[in-house]
Write a protein that binds this ligand. Structure first.
Ligand code: ZN
Length: 249
């Protein structure tokens, strides 16, 4: 018994050392607390400069919105075999080609979606227990289009339940999953939009944010399941500065 514990401890330590070495060789390790937390992201790597120096950072508090005739979102996502990864920062589902989001004359390809707890964006000063980010690449530019969906405790959501049942517990673990991301959409696709950034290093300011106004209910035990792996993976609110937040009713 003791011997087995020792071996486990040794393996864990060995894995960590390799991890730290790899992190130093590529990009600096970052996290959500302490010396690698959001306040220090810019210091960890020169590539992260805009995390501190940028003026169009995300997330923000959705307040003082401007009514505007913004284009409706059309979802062309499909059920697919994705790859669910515990990447050390969140649980992420990488999607194969073929799922698209259309907004006016822009077409975006769904690359991956992942989760934050609590929500990164706030609405009128309040956070939600979770937020899902559906990350799309604009098919004609380097811009990203990210659709954010707030998750709140309530009725069981079958799509989220299926994922929560098999969240890979260990960082680095991955598995194939059949997933229909449409199951995580609210009934209404009414949304707010603003120009922002990635909410993780390198905080690149190339994101068209679309935030669904209507939250999606998921089983509280499934929120707890995510929070048991990632109890706090939300970047603090950034200043909106002079940006407009647009929406329609
Ligand atoms: Zn995110």
């Amino acid at each position: 018994m003791h011997r087995r514990h020792l071996i486990k401890a040794f393996v864990a330590q060995g894995a960590c050392l390799i991890c730290a070495g790899a992190a130093r060789a590529t990009s600096a390790h970052w996290g959500y607390a302490g010396q690698v937390g959001p306040k220090h992201w810019a210091e960890l790597d020169g590539k992260n400069f805009v995390c501190s120096g940028g003026t169009q950072q995300s997330p923000i508090d959705i307040t003082k919105t401007v009514k505007a005739d913004i284009p409706r979102i059309a979802i062309g996502w499909h059920k697919a075999i994705g790859k669910m990864v515990n990447n050390g920062h969140t649980i992420q589902i990488n999607m194969p080609e073929g799922s698209k989001l259309t907004r006016g004359d822009r077409i975006y390809e769904l690359i991956q979606f992942h989760f934050h707890a609590p929500s990164e964006h706030h609405v009128a000063g309040k956070s939600f227990p979770m937020e899902a980010h559906f990350v799309h690449k604009d098919t004609t530019s380097e811009n990203l289009g990210v659709l954010g969906v707030f998750l709140t405790p309530g009725a069981t959501n079958a799509s989220f339940a299926d994922l929560a049942a098999v969240f890979p517990p260990q960082p680095g673990a991955e598995m194939a999953v059949e997933v229909d991301p449409r199951g995580l959409l609210p009934a209404s696709l009414s949304y707010w939009t603003y120009e922002g950034s990635l909410t993780t290093p390198p905080c690149t300011e190339n994101v068209e944010w679309m935030l669904a106004k209507q939250p999606v209910e998921v089983d509280a035990t499934h929120i707890d399941r995510f929070a048991s792996l990632y109890p706090q993976n939300a970047r603090p609110i950034r200043s909106a500065n002079r940006r407009f937040i647009l929406g329609f009713d």
